[in-house]
Design a binder for this molecule. Sequence first.
Ligand code: CP
Ligand code: NVA
Length: 300
Amino acid sequence: MKHLLKLGDLTKEEILSILNLADQLKYERKNGVNKKYLEGKKLGMIFQKSSTRTRVSFETGMYELGGYALFLSNRDLQIGRGEPVEDTARVLSRYLDGIMIRTFAQKEVEDLARYGSIPVINGLTDYCHPCQVLADLMTIREYKGNFRNLKLCFIGDGNNMANSLMVGAVKTGMKFAIACPKGYEPDAALMQWAKENGEFLMTEDIFEAAEGADVVYTDVWASMGQEEEKAKREQAFAGYQVNGKLMSVAKKDAMVQHCLPAHRGEEIAAEVFEAHAAEIFEEAENRLHAQKAVLCKLLR
Ligand code: CP
Ligand code: NVA
């Protein structure tokens, strides 16, 4: 494993190995053990979009591992003024040991990896969010013990989260069902891959998707960069809400996951969010452990 550009690049074994290391790092941290696995290593973090979890967990993660993280906003970098990514990649490769990037186009992340000579980690693009899904898989396994016979359903926009969850679910052997309105489906090639490699259902009916689900997942109706579509999307997604009625068709012990930030009263009802807050915030915490595991795999 040289980079983390998208989950589809990893084998099932590589995913499980990251999750195992993440569990170990979580255990060590809980027990006051703080090994400096990345002593002296430097990670550049390029952000072309906002972030709370990704930024803070990568930054504190590097600190805990004995390394150093540089926050590089596109407002300050020359990349924001049009310096080509292929030049940025070659320059940063001479200063740093790794780059994490959050941006719009997946191609920019792939180009950074292609032209640079250090590991690149995708911290979210319009296409996918692999770091989030590693934390999600870690949380699901923590609560459910393993992935066998589990059904994961996603309610809402076929966005970056849906794309990565679909891949993560199929790779770990979970059934994956998504309910989204027409015109808001996930990536077509990924859906084809999911159909050929796992148990996959796409429907417009949220109850069909959530029927017997072990994990109910949702995300915002309008992602970063889609702010001007907000009103149109509110109409399209009306009814695509994780609420008490929907949860009543899922398994009794179903868990709820949300990558956050959440919009209560839109994709998720406030009472469902609060009833499942423990596992949602465990999921947020697990970003730290899962990312530290990725950093160790790539930068050590
Ligand atoms: N879930 C997630 O990536 O959160 P941030 O946008 O706050 O980083
Ligand atoms: N789909 C959301 C995820 C945020 C973590 C977005 O891209 O804004």
